[in-house]
Write a protein that binds this ligand. Sequence first.
Ligand SMILES: [Zn+2]
Length: 142
Amino acid sequence: MRTINKIIIHCSAGNQKNTAKDIIAYHLMPKVLGGRGWKAPGYHYIIEADGQTLRTWPEESISNGCKGQNAHAINVCYIGGVDTTKPGYPPVDNRTPAQKAALIKLLKTLRLKYPKARIYGHRDFAAKACPSFDATKEYADL
Ligand SMILES: [Zn+2]
């Protein structure tokens, strides 16, 4: 069993119409073909714009979402988090109501399963905007 002490929230930093399948394919695609070339995808769960939650990697396996933290983390991502209508795709908290509800549901389930795990945003570990909101604060009571 892996020891899980962190649940880390991410955004996909792309179009909200993307699917979980798109994200995983991009992570696993070889670099020469334009992907990231990772052996494991970035996230264990991805929440699409309609609130559908997809398990994209086994919790027992290490995913690739947050450098230096992955060994003991579950990485969770919602699709979106940037304004794709503006140049440079600035960060924006564009979680849909369905995504917000799905995030809370998933996080509650994970907290029950891993009572010692605390909830963070990717930004707590890297100089990034991801997940485009303050996850530590918002989920402090979960
Ligand atoms: Zn991230």
